[in-house]
Ligand binder design. Structure first.
Ligand SMILES: [Zn+2]
Length: 209
């Protein structure tokens, strides 16, 4: 278990979909949560098609990625994880409920990592940040539940549900950026760059996996 990354250094964060109850955890509980998270993490790095694919894509783009730069931690604020260009990926062992959410969260953070390697992202630029959040929410599979939800309502509803989910989750991440004033500001920035960033599905050929 490594130390919590200071908030000022946390470039991107992935918020939890619903705000869970804050409970005080014993040291034993923290250790067991981190051990469970590490086990899931190693499993995903070995077996998850999306995680393995993103590892390959980062390496093929000339980037460095290593399991040692992906850390399971106990997070103070309710969030699933985060990415920092120097520190790597943080997975919040106390807020990730199961290994499938860990798979989506890890895939999400790896898309930020890929963007950082491929596109020379300026993480202090709100539009750059919003663009990467849109891509990460869309391509990680975290909005796939919405896709399932709308499946019976026809293909247009499927696409709409996915986009609504991506916009909402991207705005929830952007609102945590130090230059973002409030939720309305976050939504405006997301809307502004949505079309071009949503349509950029690199390194995937399409959205649905
Ligand atoms: Zn993110």
């Amino acid at each position: 278990m490594s130390a919590e990354i200071p908030k000022s250094q946390q470039v991107t964060t992935t918020p939890v979909p619903t705000r869970p109850e804050q409970v005080e955890l014993s040291d034993e509980k923290k250790a067991s949560l981190c051990a469970q998270c590490d086990e899931y993490k190693n499993w995903m790095i070995t077996y998850s098609p999306s995680v393995k694919f993103m590892f390959d894509q980062i390496k093929n783009s000339g980037g460095y990625v290593s399991p040692t730069k992906i850390n399971c931690e106990i997070c103070k604020d309710p969030k699933l994880g985060g990415f920092h260009p120097d520190l790597g990926i943080q997975l919040c062992a106390n807020y990730i409920p199961d290994k499938w959410v860990l798979n989506d969260t890890l895939s999400h953070e790896l898309i930020h990592w890929y963007d950082n390697v491929r596109f020379k992202v300026d993480w202090m630029d709100l539009k750059h940040h919003a663009c990467s959040e849109i891509r990460a929410a869309s391509l990680s599979g975290e909005c796939a539940i919405m896709t399932e939800f709308w499946k019976n309502s026809g293909i247009m509803r499927v696409a709409k549900g996915h986009q609504v989910c991506v916009k909402r989750r991207a705005a929830l991440s952007v609102v945590g950026h130090p230059k973002c004033k409030d939720m309305d500001h976050a939504k405006d920035i997301v809307d502004e760059v949505f079309r071009s960033c949503f349509n950029d599905t690199r390194p995937f050929e399409m959205i649905y996996r």
